[in-house]
Design a protein around this ligand. Sequence first.
Ligand SMILES: Cc1cc2nc3c(=O)[nH]c(=O)nc-3n(C[C@H](O)[C@H](O)[C@H](O)COP(=O)(O)OP(=O)(O)OC[C@H]3O[C@@H](n4cnc5c(N)ncnc54)[C@H](O)[C@@H]3O)c2cc1C
Length: 424
Amino acid sequence: MENKSMWEATANSNNGRPQLQGNQECDVVIIGGGFTGLSTAYHLQQKNVRTIVLEKNYIGSGASGRNGGQILTGFIDSMSSLAKKKGLQTARQMLQMSLDSIDLIEKIIQENDISCSFQRSGHLYAAYKPTHLEWLKKEQEELERDFNYRVQVINKGAMQAELKSDFYHGGCIDENSASYHPFNYVLGLADTVEKCGGTVYENSEAIRMTKDKNQKIIIETSTGKIVADHVVIVTNAYSGDLHKTIARSVIPVESIMIATEQLPDELVSSLIPKERAVFDTKHMLYYFRRTPDNRIAFGGSGRSIKNDTTRLFDNLQKGMNTVFPELKNHKVEYCWSGKVGFTREMLPYIGQLEDGTHFAFGYAGHGAAMSTLMGKLLAENILQENQGDNPFEKNDLKPIPFYSQHGKAVGLMKYYFKVKDAIS
Ligand SMILES: Cc1cc2nc3c(=O)[nH]c(=O)nc-3n(C[C@H](O)[C@H](O)[C@H](O)COP(=O)(O)OP(=O)(O)OC[C@H]3O[C@@H](n4cnc5c(N)ncnc54)[C@H](O)[C@@H]3O)c2cc1C
């Protein structure tokens, strides 16, 4: 169901990149050409460390080129819940890191002139039920009291200024969130890596990892071999057999998106007047926004127990038309899907395994922001320049039990959440 995304179809011109041929050497070989891998390469190249990025398909072909482009503050879990689970100091540090990640993206884009329609227009977390609005109000109080962090909660009456829709009961606005054209950002990152002296290969799947007698890493593809001092595996929800411990520690969950045809300016401006990145409090959430070329891009949960792809997209379109009845007579031009990486704790993991492999993954739908920062932290780990504790550091990955059954488990969970949305 991985059809070409609207982002790819509307991306800046891209000549593609060569395939690895023959033998090469570098300081750090990075497996995975998404935000995390390219950010790692970018930050290493800044320090004149020689990097090679290997991408199995093409840059942005994983989640980085298929997402909603919503660069959000926070995490999938609320900050109050994280404070309970991890302690207030750690939760504060996590929130700060999510804010830093957005600043970092903005800085990279500005300094390297990346054309990707980045804008700080904030997010709207829309309440699906009246009880959800009460929860958002409580969360707002705790954010202000415990985190000294301000968001604004609005009642249903004030929603018309945010959305031309009666579907929601209010919402929470966070002005620090942003959005971009994700495919243009990932392409821009790859160009920047190359300008800084790094190399990026496409159609170059890393199929085997071994070490030579000098403990150098050897990565083989079907057309060549790389010898390096360090290896970073950032294949996230697209991990295969290359490193089983990593693959079995990330749970891939499918998410689907549709995008309308280009809409008249007055219509699209009236639907989301402040151009917020919008997502809602449903268990099977919707997320949506205006695109730089005047479409509505609308996302939701992917494959469930029944594998009927057409029905999933039809249902998502029905959902979009329920939120915005004015879209009923407008065509959906693009449908695509991708895999979102989750960890057991629903928090990102970063670290180095006993065999020396560096990794980061599992941003749980918040990777548009966090992945660029994780790439920077991976670079710092390799250079041994990291300062202080990183609350996401995990050096002993515990593979998820019954991993081969995770597809069924995710399907059942989605079914359960669908029922919960309907009744609670
Ligand atoms: C439909 C959808 C909507 C989303 N919406 C949002 C959103 O609005 N906001 C948000 O914050 N997050 C969102 N996300 C999540 C976000 O896109 C990811 O967290 C982020 O892109 C992860 O980046 P990454 O570099 O870690 O992984 P990826 O971009 O997935 O990159 C991993 C790459 O590794 C490559 N690879 C795998 N195996 C090998 C190998 N053996 N050799 C070489 N290469 C290999 C893959 O081809 C892939 O390109 C969404 C995800 C999806 C799928």
